[in-house]
Ligand binder design. Structure first.
Ligand code: GLU
Length: 287
């Protein structure tokens, strides 16, 4: 019997949803519904300094306004910290994590001093300062100094060997090294986007991840974590980002109208959803 398709929408409640979110939610929802599958909602609220309960309420209101329904009670990442801690312990036991005591300022200074700093998709790569600490140096600081935990990508790839992940039917060579040694547990949170998203996609049995192409590069890291933690590998379907009529990216920092403000202005949700579906069909025909 064919595997049932399960997709998800996983917004972070750090602001109101805008049109780009509506497009992404619809894309993930329709992907599952068109295949007789299930659609799940996950609230990615690990960042307690930026997440707000009113934005969680806003997500429910906005999705209901669009007419979207999901098949299980929503999952809140803030309630799943023990799961992330367990995964972190497993990764530590594999010897692929190291504590990093650097502040942002330390890293910026190191990058500036190096003259030539390799860059990844998100800017300069971590220069590896704390990877070179001796066990004694680590032991001396770990009990007293704030630290994050970074993935030693080279050590991890030595364990897994070369990896591929699937974008639709296309096999993509995983190149997590383009990100350098990413943080898997932030100093302030004990986890990170990369770790939590990978654990939860597996825990929720997500078979197909439909999300914006802005997260395409992050998938290299997620693929590596899946291999290290023996998690099933979902298929990925990164969609183009919805752009404003002038071609600029729609994001709240660029003043994209929120769905709440569109609702207040009397926009008809059925018309809006039909327009977004037409747009999606056009995007699919060229990707
Ligand atoms: N929570 C992420 C965001 O709002 C999306 C995570 C994902 O789809 O992998 O940007």
């Amino acid at each position: 019997m064919a595997q049932i398709v399960i997709s998800r929408f996983a917004p972070s409640p750090t602001g109101r949803l805008h049109l780009g979110h509506a497009y992404s939610a619809l894309a993930a929802h329709d992907f599952a519904r068109e295949r007789g599958g299930r659609f799940l909602l996950r609230i990615e609220d690990i960042d307690t300094t930026r997440s707000r309960p009113e934005h969680v309420a806003g997500i429910f209101e906005d999705l209901a306004w669009l007419g979207l329904t999901w098949d299980e009670p929503p999952v809140f990442q803030s309630q799943r910290m023990p799961l992330y801690e367990r995964a972190l312990a497993d990764l530590k036991a594999l010897g692929v994590l190291y504590p990093c005591f650097c502040t942002r300022a330390d890293i910026a200074a190191e990058v500036a001093a190096s003259g030539f700093a390799p860059h990844g998709p998100d800017g300069p790569l971590y220069p590896g300062t704390c990877r070179h600490l001796t066990p004694d140096e680590r032991a001396a600081r770990i009990g007293s100094d704030a630290h994050s935990w970074r993935l030693d990508v080279d050590a991890a790839l030595k364990i897994t060997g070369p990896l591929v992940w699937h974008e639709g039917d296309r096999a993509i060579d995983a190149t997590p090294q383009v990100h350098g040694d990413v943080v898997l547990a932030r100093k302030d949170l004990g986890t990170s986007y990369h770790l939590s998203v990978t654990i939860d996609d597996a825990a929720q049995g997500i078979t197909d991840i439909v999300r914006g192409v802005d997260l395409f590069d992050a998938t290299h890291v997620h693929c590596l974590l899946q291999a290290l933690l023996n998690l099933p590998a979902p298929r990925y379907h990164h969609h183009p980002l919805l752009t404003a009529p002038d071609g600029s990216r729609l994001a709240k920092r660029h003043g994209a109208p929120s769905l709440a403000s569109m609702r207040a202005e009397g926009v008809d949700p059925a018309t809006l959803v039909a327009e977004l579906r037409t747009r999606r069909a056009a995007d699919r025909s060229i990707t």
